[in-house]
Design a protein around this ligand. Structure first.
Ligand code: ATP
Length: 237
């Protein structure tokens, strides 16, 4: 059996202390396998971003285990955790988070350069990633010279460059029109079809339809889990 790319085992996360304590996650267990795209849906405050931050090693659980590509992030040293973040995990945000002073290619190459990949190799991997998202011809453009959809493609290329296998996408289509949003989701889907594992946080059922499974959160608990083509009733949201 393939090893899960992401595994959360009975994860809780309590934010704050005392009277302002919030149980953001109250015992979540789920896995994402290679090739799988899982949508996470739920009302505002249900714990979606907390889940994504834990999965990416940006936050640590109060209890439970978060395992990325076989590395238990809780048991790992800070150096090991940072390495998993750099080499296994890619983030895609609603607002792209590109660096305006860098070209598309430079934005994509940045995580590789931070990881010490030699320049020539970084350039090669960068162009391959831009090619995969269909914008290799825009490699030398700056973010403000590209449309929103093109910028989000750059962000996806940056998230997957160098064979990172876990893509965490937080409302990646939130700033895009419907058609462009669907194109971006198709790119995400393609990467998962090619073997990556993806987690897509979304409020929109029609976006979740790109996923293999949908996990519904409410008040920090998984309240439902289903295939993307069933169970998308508005009652859950
Ligand atoms: N750093 C923090 N300190 C205190 N409480 C927090 C913190 N981060 C999140 N919370 C609380 O934890 C709960 C879950 O928040 P989270 O951001 O994970 O929800 P969400 O489902 O992503 O919401 P949204 O859809 O609005 O982004 C909320 O009640 C939120 O107020």
């Amino acid at each position: 059996m393939n090893q899960s790319v992401l595994h959360l085992a009975d994860v809780t996360r309590v934010h704050g202390e005392g009277a302002v304590q919030v149980n953001a996650l109250r015992g979540i267990t789920f896995s994402v396998e290679p090739g799988e795209l899982v949508a996470v849906m739920g009302p505002s405050g249900s714990g979606k971003s907390t889940l994504l931050n834990l999965a990416g090693g940006l936050d640590t659980p109060t209890s439970g285990r978060v395992v990325v590509e076989g590395v238990d992030l809780g048991a790992a040293t800070a150096t090991e955790r940072a390495k998993v973040r750099r080499t296994s995990v890619g983030y895609v945000f609603q607002d792209y988070n590109l660096i305006p002073a860098l070209t598309a290619a430079e934005n994509v190459a940045l995580p590789l350069e931070l990881d010490g990949v030699a320049r020539g190799k970084a350039r090669e991997l960068t162009l391959a990633a831009l090619e995969k998202v269909g914008i290799a011809d825009l490699a030398d453009r700056f973010p403000d010279e590209m449309s929103g959809g093109q910028q989000q493609r750059v962000a996806i290329a940056r998230a997957v460059v160098g064979e990172r296998r876990l893509i965490l996408a937080d409302e990646p289509t939130g700033a895009l029109d419907t058609e462009t949003g669907e194109e971006v989701l198709r790119v995400l889907r393609d990467f998962c079809d090619a073997g990556a594992a993806g987690v897509l946080v979304t409020h929109e059922a029609r976006h979740a339809a790109w996923a293999d499974r949908v996990v519904f959160l409410r008040d920090g608990l998984v309240v439902d889990e289903s295939g993307a083509t069933v169970g998308l009733g508005a009652g859950v949201l």
